[in-house]
Design a binder for this molecule. Structure first.
Ligand code: GDD
Ligand code: MN
Length: 376
């Protein structure tokens, strides 16, 4: 391949660009080159760069970005290994920018990139802090949402989010927006960074309400690749709201871990009830089986939701499950022992039981966070 750029090759002026377009991407290989071509034609006259933040997509998205980058200096690639998450990808991409303005746009061509100059002009007028591409203002359109189910989720999420919002947003779930980079840097410290909803996270993190302008956009249909938004992502969205409501008092992971724990109790009781009905085993054996099933259930759910960004797979999964059971086993012993000691010192059974349980959960959480899902 010719290493020296041809005279017609795209160039960037020296110094920081005016606009960084951050594109979070996972398995978007076929969309990379068309997307950059579209940005190129939409952003004529603007000094821009694009940063693809790829979570080590197995389809070779990062390779594709670097292939284009070899003859286009405006294209950058930030590859994260062992991590997943749209919001954290956006945060890291934006923090890698030195531009005056940062935009965030999906890498699957669903967002109409021709609206970027309008967003930039709105911010440059000095009247707004944040420009949002909205499907729900006059001229916008959500036609590209995959099906009725997606519409339902999307509308439900919007209702729920609006309830918590300091400013009125018609499309708080939008993944398409632009703001001044210094503002992003300022908000970066307060961001939850979990899940999908980075825009909500930003708006909820601002200490004073942001001045927002909504720019109507058409939501296009996805032509290549598939959506990564699923039920687990929605669960994380609930977590984001909870985290904001509790004012960051409790770590989001802990809340998630505790909710999973409560579900585990229900599973335990259901298994126990079934065994009692249908078998002639002793209570101890039934109780032991129910415990193991509940632990496996909790492990799987925590692995899928609480620690989704560092999900264990393959051999690590089995090793993790085993460790988790050992950790929780010790937690159960601590729980029972402490409750017993308190009870013997004449604490009410409710108090003794509750303190034992809380200590058990905190132990399970703290130890499994460091041993089972330790960040690589
Ligand atoms: N780096 C990284 N890591 N990127 C990701 C991840 C991830 O874990 N998950 C998704 N992405 C990228 C996708 O590759 C795509 O470029 C963009 O984030 C949006 O993901 P999609 O999977 O295409 O989402 P969608 O089309 O279902 O959701 C759209 O509509 C939502 C509202 O209903 C997006 O625009 C969302 O931002 C929006 O909130
Ligand atoms: Mn999409």
């Amino acid at each position: 391949m010719n290493e020296s750029p041809s005279p017609t090759a795209p160039r960037r002026s020296s110094g920081a660009p005016t606009l960084t377009v951050v594109v979070p991407c996972y398995n978007e290989q076929p969309n990379v080159a068309p997307m950059i071509a579209k940005l190129d034609s939409a952003l004529g006259g603007i000094d821009w760069e694009v940063i693809y933040v790829d979570d080590d997509s197995p389809d070779g998205t990062a390779d594709e970005v670097r292939r284009v980058a070899r003859h286009d200096p405006r294209v950058r690639c930030l590859r994260r290994v062992g991590r997943r998450g749209l919001a954290s990808a956006v945060i890291e991409g934006a923090l890698a920018s030195s531009a005056e303005y940062v935009a965030v746009i999906d890498g699957d061509l669903q967002h109409d990139e021709t609206r970027l100059p309008t967003m930039l002009a709105a911010l440059r007028s000095g009247q707004y802090d944040l420009a949002i591409g909205s499907r729900h203002v006059e001229g916008g359109d959500a036609g590209g949402l995959a099906n009725r189910w997606r519409h339902l989720i999307s509308n439900g999420g919007i209702r729920l989010a609006q309830y918590f919002l300091p400013v009125k947003l018609t499309d708080p779930m939008s993944g398409y927006f632009m703001l001044r980079r210094p503002l992003f840097e300022q908000l970066a410290h307060s961001l939850t960074g979990q899940g999908f909803k980075i825009l909500l996270d930003l708006v909820l993190s601002a200490s004073a309400p942001l001045r927002v302008v909504e720019i109507p956009v058409q939501f296009r249909e996805r032509l290549a690749g598939e959506s990564k938004l699923d039920a687990l992502v929605m669960a994380q969205f609930g977590g984001l709201l909870l985290d904001k409501v509790f004012g960051g008092l409790l770590p989001l992971r802990f809340i998630s871990f505790a909710i999973v724990g409560c579900l585990g109790v229900l599973v335990h009781l259901a298994v126990l009830a079934t065994l009692r009905e249908s078998t002639a085993m002793t209570f101890e054996v039934e109780q032991a089986i129910a415990t193991v099933v509940a632990m496996a259930f909790n492990f799987e759910l925590n692995n899928a939701i609480t620690y989704r960004d560092q999900r264990l797979r393959g051999p690590r999964l089995w090793r993790g499950l085993l460790l988790f059971m050992v950790v929780c086993g010790v937690g159960a012993i601590a729980n029972i022992g402490i409750a017993q000691a308190l009870y013997e010192q004449h604490a009410a059974w409710t108090v003794a039981g509750a303190i034992g349980a809380v200590i058990g959960v905190v132990w399970n959480y703290a130890v499994s966070a460091t041993l089972v899902w330790r960040a690589r």
